[in-house]
Write a protein that binds this ligand. Sequence first.
Ligand code: SF4
Length: 427
Amino acid sequence: MVGTVPVGGGAPVAVQTMTKTETANIEATMAQILTVADAGADIVRVAVPREQDAEALRTIVAASPIPIIADIHFNHTLALKAIAAGAHCVRLNPGNIGGPEKVAEVTALAEQTGTPLRVGVNSGSLPRHLRQLEYDNPVEALVTAAIETVELMESLNFTNFKVSMKSTSVPNTIASNRLLAERIPYPLHLGVTEAGTKWSGSLKSAVGLGTLLADGIGDTIRISLSTFHAEEEVKVAWEILKALKLRERGPVLIACPTCGRLQFDMDTVVAEVEQRLEAYEDPVEVSVLGCAVNGIGEARHADFGITGAKDMGMIYSKGEPLKKVPTERLVDELFKEIDRYYAAGRKVERDEQAAAEARAWLAENEDDTQMTPERIAALEAAAAENDEAAAEVLEEMLAVSPQGEQVGSVTLDEAVSPVAGRRFSRS
Ligand code: SF4
């Protein structure tokens, strides 16, 4: 447990971040802690490089709505002070704290107070005796260093800890954590250190942490981004967990990638929908489609969705049209429907007259004959299952055109597709 948050043992993967303020500046640090807690951080770490930071901890721990981890390097006295101040966890790298005796002093006090530790190693500061191994096999060097740390903890009869191995390299982060997870029974904290800017850092973290989390490895995660806004790290962590369906938090937005069939200003609409959805806590699923050519298609499971054309668009729910509205009012009307749904106790309220008009509009604008990105994806997915499933999808797509005409033929190209085993082409 880190405070009230369970870590490891099948508990949900916890989202962690770190404040970017001087910890001794209690007002600024608390403001950031409240912001990250609001964004969904389960745990927050604060840097404790000086005496005054350790002194500020007592106030911060008492005021924070989420557990506090004190981040200590080089100075074991600060670790002792952080524990005494009530920090819910202390992070230290035994390799840089001044020898096993000093580590022993910290574990003795942590044992007494029931304070867990996060121990670990960084690729940039491995012990001297592993330098050659680091040169020959950096992954093995990182794992060896982590295991030596674990053995030191166990030799001190202290087992209330999680372990982290930090590397700036995504492949090494993945390979080393996979190895370590096989070799030790303790919870793992994951992160790609110094990942980069919001854009590149998010991607690196999504690839590195996402791969491990998909393997079932990792108990707490921190996304390191070069931004003062720690809440951005939290948002990225949540998107990774939501994408892997490991945890749910807030709405899920689905948007088509757009293509040449796009008929309205999708960029602006998606950005507005995303921003307005931030006000909702429920995991409502909202879809935005750039044209009506597909019908509701892939978005039929969405709780709510919009699809647009030049001057008119349609709002739908769970695959059923609700109403058509002028394009410029699409977003406002979408949110009116969402609010109505919550006001009615999560019940979709349908006006049959408006729904019939929307259905007619959809029938006019849908075009069963077009090979859209969504339909090609559906075919390839079905083909990956088997030819029979693909044939069914084809039949569904092409058997009936809105005009009831013969709509040309679709042939299966038997060439192997790297994606799905087969490719389809129209002839
Ligand atoms: S065909 Fe698909 S990707 Fe293209 S605009 Fe329509 S919904 Fe979006």
